[in-house]
Design a protein around this ligand. Structure first.
Ligand code: EUG
Length: 540
């Protein structure tokens, strides 16, 4: 028996299911336990517990008109719906809803690549299109674009960008929401809108000019429950001539401050356009065998001092910090850009440089195989090695959730954040997977993200303890001004509660919109803390 949403009568649910079947075809409405189980979050922090948030059924329309019909039926019977694109938001909730008993609105059949233009450099896609699908489309036609890709190639441009996901190529494209242009949206009541120039009949610039005239509303449809996005445009990189990479290392603890300042100058000036990578080579690579000398230094009370680590680094011939740079563009231009970057970093005494791989596009299969594929435009799934059994990990995990706070782009903020998160992990017992000096990711050009994985256990008592600790870490970090950009449904109320300026006026504004456009509260109830009125009253 499916778990029905609270308050929904079995008869109404049954009638809604029959009408969904009439709208989309019987074979595209899923109600059996084994089918519905596919929509569970396989990385759920409630693994094996009755609190796991599960769907009651799923419906998979093929067209926009069918999505509209489904939303109208859902309104008639007050059935909560939860839209997914390809449903691969692993670590952030997968394809499971915020509210148990919701019917998943699975858009996987809407997988048409509607247009890719390699002169104006954009794509227009439906939500079920995966990065693999888009790559195949582009490569079968030899189109001259470089896709910006996140780690999970089975994810979708629409779903990834709506969750504020990111990729690995140029700074302009890595922010997937920022690089979208134009949307088509089915509102909770079934009405269809197009944003920007899409609102003009016979629009010629829907994927070229974002704003149209009047308010720019696209942001309302990201991390929200205000509409079902059925088409979305994305700007694409022109296929560059070449790729170049190089690394700078600096010897002193405090060098992190000028290192980040110079990086910001280079990136914000457009002198380096690829994704930078910060590292701390002093601790060896991620798979370095443990060094007893370093271990002894680190494990004494208070840990190793910066001076001791600097001396150790000097003895081992390792820098304290490193910054990898990547460049896309014409060969001569990117060689000059790397040269200019070296000049700038040379103001840090003891800075050393190493050239990394360089390629011409298109890469050979051998070059692709040696690369971090997503940085050269080839979708991939290798990231899912995380937590898997390997020579380095005899105890595979059952998934993970991400703790991903945003931090300002300064060296001092990194050092402060390292202490805040390490102390918070110690205080709460939350096993934040990190090294001795966790460094932030640089996907977003203007802000750092620390990304910590918390492994999911098969032991509910461990998950329960970690959930509590996770909620505490969210609070501790927010007190220091560090808050998450994205989180699984289990923690969305907690994270949204930290955005509390002026007595939570932003959340109250979202609630006002919710009540106006979805009075029955049927779309993605609870997503990012936005609950329908009736449930809000109960929660308070
Ligand atoms: C990753 C990237 C993310 C995120 C969680 C994980 C990648 C891990 C910035 O986006 O939120 C290797």
């Amino acid at each position: 028996m499916p778990k029905l949403p609270a308050g929904l009568r079995a008869n109404d649910f049954g009638e809604a299911i029959r009408q969904f079947e009439a709208a989309v075809g019987k074979q595209w409405v899923f109600t059996s336990d084994e089918d519905v189980a596919l929509y569970r979050d396989s990385y759920s922090v409630f693994l094996g517990e009755p609190e796991e948030i599960v769907a009651s059924a799923a419906v998979a329309p093929d067209t926009v008109e069918q999505v509209q019909k489904v939303m109208k039926i859902a309104n008639t019977f007050k059935v909560p719906m939860f839209p997914i694109s390809t449903g691969k938001n692993l670590g952030y909730g997968g394809s499971a809803p915020n509210l148990s008993g919701s019917v998943v609105l699975d858009l996987k059949r809407m997988n048409r690549v509607l247009e890719v233009d390699d002169k104006r450099h954009f794509a227009l896609v439906e939500p079920g299109v995966s990065y693999f699908d888009l790559y195949r489309y582009v490569h079968e036609r030899g189109l001259k674009v470089l896709l910006d890709l996140p780690d999970p190639g089975w994810g979708s441009p629409v779903g990834n960008s709506l969750d504020h996901g990111v990729g690995y190529s140029t700074g302009e494209m890595r922010d997937h929401f920022a690089s979208h242009c134009g949307m088509e949206v089915v509102l909770p009541n079934g009405e269809l809108i197009r944003t920007g120039m899409g609102a003009v009949p016979n629009a010629k610039t829907w994927q070229d000019y974002r704003y149209g005239a009047g308010p720019y509303v696209d942001g309302m449809f990201s991390q929200s429950n205000f509409g079902v996005v059925t088409k979305m445009g994305f700007w694409l990189n022109p296929l560059p001539d070449a790729y170049l990479s190089g690394t700078v290392t600096v010897p002193k603890h405090q060098d992190l401050v000028p290192l980040v300042d110079i990086l910001n100058y280079l990136e914000n000036s457009g002198i380096t356009n690829g994704m930078p990578q910060l590292g701390s080579p002093i601790f060896g690579g991620p798979f370095a065998p443990p060094d007893p000398e370093l271990g002894a230094m680190m494990s004494k009370p208070g840990g190793a001092t910066p001076a001791e680590l600097e001396a150790y680094g000097a003895r081992k011939g390792r820098g304290y910090w490193s910054c990898g740079l990547q460049f896309y563009g014409p060969e001569k231009v990117i060689a000059a850009q790397w040269e200019h970057a070296r000049e700038k970093f040379s103001s840090i005494p003891g800075a050393k440089f190493q050239d990394g791989p360089s390629y011409k596009f298109p890469l050979t299969p051998e070059q692709i195989e040696k690369s971090h594929k997503v940085t050269v435009g080839v979708p991939d799934l290798s990231i899912f090695m995380i937590g898997a059994r390997s020579p380095f990990n005899a105890n595979p995990s059952h998934g993970h959730v991400w703790f991903s706070p945003i931090v300002p782009r300064t060296g001092q903020a990194i050092l402060d954040a390292q202490k805040v998160f390490t102390d918070a992990a110690g205080e709460t017992g939350l096993p934040l997977l990190n090294g001795p000096a966790p460094l932030p990711a640089t996907y977003y050009k203007r802000a750092f993200i620390f990304i910590f994985g918390i492994m999911v256990s098969t032991d509910p008592s461990v998950n329960k303890k970690n959930r509590e600790a996770f909620r505490n870490v969210i609070k501790i970090a927010a007190e220091k001004g560090f808050v998450e950009y994205r989180t699984p449904p289990a923690f969305q109320d907690d994270v949204v509660a930290t955005y509390s300026f002026n007595n939570h006026s932003l959340l109250r504004f979202h609630e006002t919109i919710k009540d106006a456009i979805d009075p029955n509260g049927i779309l993605a109830a609870g997503r990012y803390g936005i609950w329908p009125k009736a449930m809000r009253a109960k929660k308070a």
